[in-house]
Unconditional design. Structure first.
Ligand code: GLP
Length: 240
């Protein structure tokens, strides 16, 4: 694992955007794996600004997302479909037919997980998978004790994750379940870029950096992957 320590959120976002963008410049039809949550928003903003300024095209890029809530429609303002459309797909001009997320409203969720896993397989290797990290060390929505070999599956969100995301659902019912790529699915990516910002991530980041793979902290699965870069700011590293 390569660890890059940066001063703050802005520096993390600038650097992450450069890494994603240089991937697209070298492989214009790359399959990119995207994450949601608060952490990558600055990266996506920077990516959009750079694309405009440097006339970069994302037209041929194909995307997969880590996860989606169960029981809310794609049009729901807090769905990950809406998040991606707003922050990434529309501003970068990625063709809708090339954007893939699990369907959290599918009638048969088990079949939907199988379908999504196949979609990822058929796209070929994910060139670069962007990840955030939960306060409990989750990646995607893979909560503690998820097997490192897991494929796309339905999860019941833990109390820690529900609390961390409660502010997005102040006036509407908060989903309790999600569909997530498995840890095994994530580990198949050629390259992984994990972003961590803020003091609330310090414990999870510290455990990850200890370098011992342990299913109690899902992010530690990354220790077994040959090409992982972590960009963490000083507060996430406990340096400030
Ligand atoms: C969410 C998402 C993850 C994300 C993590 C951290 O629940 N499912 O993909 O990385 O939790 O979120 P944030 O970046 O808002 O701290």
């Amino acid at each position: 694992m390569k660890v890059i320590a940066v001063e703050d959120y802005e520096e993390m976002s600038r650097l992450a955007a450069e890494i994603i963008q240089s991937k697209v410049q070298s492989v214009p039809n790359a399959v990119l794996g995207f994450a949601t949550g608060g952490t990558p928003i600055g990266t996506y903003k920077q990516l959009v600004a750079n694309a405009k300024e440097r006339h970069l095209s994302f037209r041929m890029v194909r995307t997969v997302n880590l996860d989606e809530y169960v029981g809310i429609s794609a049009e729901h303002p807090e769905s990950y479909h809406s998040y991606m459309k707003k922050h990434v797909f529309e501003p970068l001009g990625i063709l809708p037919e090339n954007c893939h997320l699990p369907d959290g409203e599918a009638e048969d969720l088990v079949l939907e997980c199988e379908r999504y896993e196949k979609v990822i397989e058929q796209l070929g290797e994910v060139e670069l998978q962007v990840l955030g990290i939960g306060q409990n060390g989750h990646i995607g929505f893979n909560e503690p004790m998820t097997p490192f070999s897991s494929k796309t599956h339905v999860v019941e969100l833990t109390a820690s994750t529900l609390t961390a995301n409660a502010s997005y659902f102040l006036n509407v019912k908060q989903p309790t379940h999600a569909i997530t790529m498995g840890i095994g699915t994530i580990l198949k990516s050629r390259e992984i870029l994990l972003l961590a910002s803020g003091e609330s991530k310090r414990l999870a980041v510290n455990i990850l950096l200890e370098g011992k793979a342990d299913e109690k902290v899902p992010a530690t699965a990354l220790i077994t992957h040959p090409n992982v870069t972590i960009i963490a700011d000083y507060p996430a590293l406990g340096l400030k």
